[in-house]
Design a protein around this ligand. Structure first.
Ligand SMILES: *[C@@H]1O[C@H](CO)[C@@H](O)[C@H](O)[C@H]1NC(C)=O
Ligand SMILES: *[C@@H]1O[C@H](CO)[C@@H](O)[C@H](O)[C@H]1NC(C)=O
Ligand SMILES: *[C@@H]1O[C@H](CO)[C@@H](O)[C@H](O)[C@H]1NC(C)=O
Ligand SMILES: [Zn+2]
Length: 501
């Protein structure tokens, strides 16, 4: 295996416009009882008057050298407070380079969970979700409490898996598509979901047992012929004959303008960075080494981001920043003052240790170790494993003398050689209270039964929420037939010869 091609979920087609005013069949959430910060009802209306316009750029799959340049290039812009914009990477273990994962985190971006193997058709099992936490913590130094969100590979989720995420202490999930009629602000799933309600999705209108778990919907854009599109829209209508870069930019702009002019529902740009590099592997059995120049696609996205960021009060944030905002929403004029929007940690972390920031090796300081494994090579500040990570053993033991990040220090300040925390100010002190990793799925139920509070965010003990009343079912847009995100996601992986993960 080589650290080359990225993962590919086909660009998705989502719900076409529908006119129902009611949000989701059976959705019944009373804002008088569902109150912030723990609970928030789905709504197309902003949580406060004059909200900012949020824009979330997210990447999916492995963080590796082959896709790093194009992922970094789109971040070269500033928020209204002058700070670099931030993005979220839904990270899988397989083929990721832990050192780059550390670096992504050290830049202030978000590392979220996207399973260990990304294996089709369903990678939302306990082992997949928990294995990524273990690996990211031990080999990339990401504090467990900073791994707050999950996105299901292929966006394939189940009601059980969503309940599991809540029990595991995740703060949010982000796999549900939102289109015309269900363009809602992020909300908690206490009373079920209002997204993916059409077609064959199993979750809408059902009890989710996911009290306090935020849904950060994936916001679709309107593409050619009014078709809604979700991920990698530059590959539509087909990979061989995609829209022109100008069309892609224009489609993004049109939908963005609609959000901006109306209630400023957040906007999303959802990419697999593998498609936007200089040399995208698109090999087939007949032509295994074929490549495609993805830079016009990257330029189309960049042109849109330039446009969006030129609009006053538009902020590019991580999904976690978005959730922080929802817990305590403020008008746009007050966003810059919110602590979660600050540029860099204060004090700034040292850059003389292997903490993911630049400049380590040149200064004679600790560089990552290079790990040559049967699966290929990767780098880690925290030592090499003796063997390649697998689903069964996502974080094999190391013989390195490097010290792993303890729960009492954020890796930004951790010196893995000396094993000391270099934070001396109160403002950088960190104690991780997240639920410890436990690869035994039974531990989840045991912990809940013991009354342990899972950490990372919501205190959720798996209590069943009242079943939503069903008297509104008659209002559901049952007659509308469209392809929903999950059904479309089923097509999953494309092109023979193209490594799919
Ligand atoms: C739950 O409590 C029991 C009895 O005190 C203990 O043996 C067990 O290890 C605990 N389980 C967890 C996951 O904390
Ligand atoms: C679980 O949470 C509910 C409400 O949040 C609370 O009433 C109940 O006592 C909790 N149960 C345990 C075992 O912590
Ligand atoms: C999702 O996973 C389930 C197994 O949990 C499988 O039966 C189903 O076909 C998958 N759906 C899609 C859309 O891939
Ligand atoms: Zn993926």
């Amino acid at each position: 295996m080589r650290l080359t091609a990225g993962s590919v979920a086909l660009a998705l087609l989502v719900a076409a416009p529908f006119a129902a005013a009611q949000l989701g069949p059976n959705y019944k959430c009373d804002p008088a009882t569902c109150k912030l910060p723990a609970c928030y009802c789905a709504s197309t209306q902003p949580p406060v008057a004059n909200p900012p316009q949020f824009l979330m750029l997210t990447y999916d799959d492995s963080i590796q050298a082959a896709v790093w340049p194009q992922a970094q290039a789109l971040l070269n812009r500033k928020n209204p407070n002058g700070c670099p914009v931030k993005a979220t990477w839904y990270t899988q273990v397989l083929y990721s380079d832990p050192y780059l994962v550390s670096q992504w985190y050290a830049q202030g971006n978000e590392v979220a969970d996207h399973s260990v193997t990304h294996a089709p058709i369903f990678a939302g099992t306990y082992a997949e979700v928990e294995g990524m936490r273990k690996w990211a913590n031990e080999y990339a130094g990401i504090p467990l409490g900073k791994i707050k969100g999950f996105r299901f590979p292929y966006l394939n989720y189940t009601t059980d898996a969503i309940a599991m995420l809540a029990k595991m202490g995740f703060e949010y999930e982000s796999s549900m598509a939102s289109g015309t009629g269900d363009m809602v602000w992020p909300y908690t799933l206490d009373y079920g979901t209002v997204n993916d309600c059409l077609g064959t999705a199993p979750a809408c209108g059902k009890e989710l047992n996911a009290k306090g778990l935020w849904e950060v919907p994936m916001y679709s854009t309107t593409g050619p012929n009014g078709i809604a599109q979700l991920m990698d829209p530059y590959n539509l209508p087909t990979l061989d004959a995609p829209q022109s870069p100008e069309q892609v930019t224009a489609n993004y702009r049109t939908t963005f303008d609609a959000h901006y002019a109306a209630s400023r529902v957040p906007f999303g740009v959802y990419l697999h960075p593998t498609w936007i590099g200089k040399s995208v592997p698109v090999g087939t059995a007949a032509n295994p080494t074929a490549t495609q120049d993805g830079t016009p696609k990257a330029a189309a996205v960049a042109a849109f981001l330039d446009y969006a960021m030129s609009k006053p009060d538009t902020w590019m944030v991580t999904a976690s920043q978005m959730v922080e905002y929802m817990k305590n929403p403020v008008p746009a004029s007050q966003l810059a003052a919110q602590p979660y929007m600050s540029c860099t940690p204060n004090p700034a972390p040292p850059n003389t240790i292997c903490n993911g920031l630049a400049g380590d090796a040149a200064a004679g300081n600790a560089a990552p170790e290079t790990c040559n494994l049967v699966s290929g090579s990767f780098r880690s500040c925290y030592g090499c494993p003796a063997e390649a990570p697998t689903l069964e053993n996502p974080s094999p033991p190391t013989t390195s003398t490097r010290k792993r990040v303890p729960t009492t220090c954020d890796s930004l300040w951790w010196d893995p050689v000396a094993g000391t925390c270099l934070c001396t100010a109160d403002s950088c002190k960190y104690t991780d209270t997240a639920r410890p990793v436990n690869l035994d799925p039974a531990s989840l139920n045991a912990a809940a039964a013991n009354g342990t509070t899972p950490a990372g965010g919501a205190a959720n003990n798996g209590t069943t929420t009242p079943a939503p009343g069903d008297k509104q079912a008659a209002n559901s847009a049952a007659s509308v037939t469209v392809t929903n995100a999950m059904a479309a996601a089923a097509v999953g992986v494309l092109a023979a010869g193209f490594a799919a993960w």
